[in-house]
Design a protein around this ligand. Structure first.
Ligand code: SAM
Length: 203
């Protein structure tokens, strides 16, 4: 699996960060799960995996964003998430250290404390729950992590955790191979479109 963000991850994310979304439902969850994928990508994750219903349209949307804005986040469906997490904890990515499972749940321990003690030299999977999270996920995860102990949004929980792990440095990461690059602008939109050579456009 390509590690497109290795340089950025050295600023704070583990050597390889995967986000796993449990219990995806085609009829109900496409929008919020697309947002999870977009947050995973923008905040430096290397892979976004979805368990539950298989939805190729969801992966197409995320791949199209990657084609336009760069980076190489891997996206895939996982048929048996519990078995996948178990294998990840024992074997990691298969050719390196064993993995760490970090499960986001409002019942967990304070994410600020976990961010300080989470190993950065092992691959990590951040598990985001769905309608019903199996007890085995709570038990097998090395960290059950709460972003505050109130119920809120999985998108917010993921973003705050990933941000905390790297002290906000994800904002400065470069996305290799981007066709479109947005230049910060206090007034209007400035976009460089590299498919037009080096042309700068304004909307
Ligand atoms: N039961 C709801 C449903 O029917 O879709 C989903 C519950 S919740 C919005 C979904 C996920 O958001 C949880 O499993 C957890 O991963 C994450 N989440 C929500 N609040 C959280 C918090 N305070 N801390 C960490 N994760 C949280």
């Amino acid at each position: 699996m390509a590690c497109s963000h290795l340089q950025a991850n050295m600023a704070g994310l583990p050597i390889h960060t995967t986000v796993l979304r449990l219990g995806y439902r085609v009829g109900r969850d496409p929008r919020i799960t697309t947002h999870l994928g977009l947050v995973a990508r923008a905040l430096g994750a290397d892979a976004f995996l979805v368990a539950g219903d298989k939805d190729l349209g969801l992966f197409k949307t995320l791949t199209q964003v990657g084609d336009a804005f760069g980076g190489e986040m891997h996206v895939d469906h996982v048929a048996s998430p519990t078995a996948w997490v178990k294998e990840f904890i024992s074997a990691g990515e298969g050719d390196g250290p064993s993995g760490i499972a970090v499960h986001l749940t409002m019942y967990g321990e304070d994410y600020r404390e976990v961010a300080q003690k989470l190993p950065r030299d092992k691959p990590v999977v951040v598990i985001v729950g769905g309608p019903k999270v199996p007890q085995s996920i709570y038990r097998m995860s090395q960290f059950n992590v709460a972003v505050g102990n109130q119920p809120h949004s999985e998108v917010a929980a993921l973003a705050l955790l990933l941000d905390r792990l790297q002290d906000g440095s994800w904002v400065d990461q470069k996305f290799e191979g981007a066709r479109l690059e947005i230049i910060p602008n206090a007034d209007g939109k400035t976009v460089i479109d590299r498919s037009d050579g080096e042309g700068e456009g304004e909307e």
